[in-house]
Design a protein around this ligand. Sequence first.
Ligand SMILES: [Zn+2]
Length: 195
Amino acid sequence: MQKIDIRWLWHKYKRAIISSAMCLLAVVLVAVISATSLNSSNVSKQEEVQTSSPTSITFVSPVKDGTLIKDYSNKTLKYNATLKQWEAHKAVDIKGPDGASVVAVADGEVLSVESNYLTGTVITIKHNDKLQTVYASLGEKVDVKMGDKVKSGQKIGVISTTAKNESSDGPHLHFEVLLDGVKVDPNLYLENSNK
Ligand SMILES: [Zn+2]
């Protein structure tokens, strides 16, 4: 009796049961899809926060009419033709016309003017408590000294090949941005950046 009842019920309400099951499946699918997309949008938001510039400073280009010849890379290795090795390049290399001027990218104070074999003549400028910029591979004769106050766009030196670790790239500026002492992507701060 029981069996017959179930069969009869199934026969009679087959369509209703199947369509309810389909509806339930659809609801579950929609819920899963929306949960997944919500999750991924959260992830991309987090990435945006991590890669967006933490201060509102925008830099002028350190080399007028310069060309980017080696971009910043944190994890991806870039080939160093001079040292013949692959390495992270936590800076941007900018080439310009011969003897092109290098300028301060923002107002600040010259923290140091140093020279060493690998990175050549290097000027470091402090812009605020968190942010510093580093200009390496400059010509030996520079236009500023330690303690000087500089204005955005003020000439500090010229591009050169003094950085022996990148000399085969020709005269260029090796430009780094330090945020709380950590090298970050300069493209986050440079105006007209495509990133
Ligand atoms: Zn470089």
